[in-house]
Ligand binder design. Structure first.
Ligand code: BG6
Length: 278
């Protein structure tokens, strides 16, 4: 079942419920902010203090960072692009079978997007909600000159206790440490005991988030980079939409096209960044 819901302040989202799972997707940003398989706890973390309001990105779920990741070369432009705060249109909804629902949302170029990024494009996010969650972000260059694209499906995972989780699958990969501006190579699994903000490169296999007895697998396509981020105590207490202890129960593992992994699209060419989470 797919229904359109409105919060008291008019903030609109789609609610999906099928035999396997349930999900909520805001029209603003095509922002998936809830996904839960029946009988399990929610997979995504969303801040209890995040405002759901026009023009502010929801703190949690899966913000879509597009058409750049992080800061643009123009510091006046918004971090992580503009797709996460713009209104998307629902283009298609489909109940594939009792367990699987598919939704396609579209962001079209407008005066507002052209002011921020002077390129014509077609952009869709296809979200499949079932026993597995999949998200495919497809960009087409609808302009007459090439453009370079950065992106991320900036997934906030809910974890039981950050100090007890580890991330596997990035062993041996080079990474950029955004806190120190230095480059390293990952040794062993990643554990968390301090602020962590890294862009991994040469990512070519599934990433696993191991949290006690629960292991979540993130398999990416059209992506060779992944961001692993936890703000820890100090940054968490000064960030918008976060409570001081939010860092304890969230971890971002972002399926990305970041840094060396940005993509240049020729006119007419398309690129799909896909994350399959199970
Ligand atoms: C991560 C970055 O991807 O996003 C962090 O690596 C950043 O440095 C975080 O703090 C959240 O960004 P924002 O723009 O949603 O506050």
């Amino acid at each position: 079942m797919i229904t359109t819901q409105r919060m008291e302040n008019g903030f609109e989202y789609l609610e999906i419920r099928n035999a396997a799972a349930e999900a909520k997707i805001a029209s603003q940003g095509a922002h998936l902010f809830h996904y839960r398989r029946h009988g399990e706890t929610p997979l995504l973390w969303v801040s209890a203090t995040s405002p759901f309001e026009t023009g502010t990105a929801i703190r949690g779920g899966v913000p879509v960072c597009w058409p750049w990741f992080g800061m643009s070369s123009d510091p006046a432009l918004p971090q992580h692009g503009f797709a996460r705060t713009m209104m998307w249109a629902v283009e298609q909804t489909e109940e594939i079978d009792a367990d699987t629902t598919r939704v396609v949302l579209r962001l079209a170029p407008s005066e507002a997007t052209l002011k921020l990024w002077p390129h014509r494009f077609a952009l869709t996010l296809e979200i499949t909600v079932g026993a597995v969650l999949s998200m495919s972000l497809t960009t087409t260059n609808a302009d007459d000159r090439p453009f370079t694209l950065g992106a991320a499906l900036h997934t906030y995972f809910a974890v039981s206790q950050i100090a007890d989780v580890r991330v596997e699958g990035l062993e041996g990969r080079p990474y950029f440490d955004a806190l120190t501006g230095t480059r390293h190579r990952q040794e062993g699994a990643i554990g968390f005991a301090e602020e962590t903000d890294r862009v991994y490169q040469e990512v070519d296999g599934a990433i696993r988030l191991v949290d006690g007895t629960r292991t979540v697998t993130i398999a990416n396509e059209g992506s060779a980079s992944a961001v692993v981020w936890n703000p820890w105590i100090a940054k968490c207490s000064r960030m918008s939409g976060m409570a001081p202890d939010s860092y304890l129960t969230m971890l971002c593992i972002e399926s990305a096209n970041a840094m060396e992994d940005v993509r240049t699209l020729q006119p007419g060419a398309s690129h799909t960044l896909k994350a399959v989470i199970g």
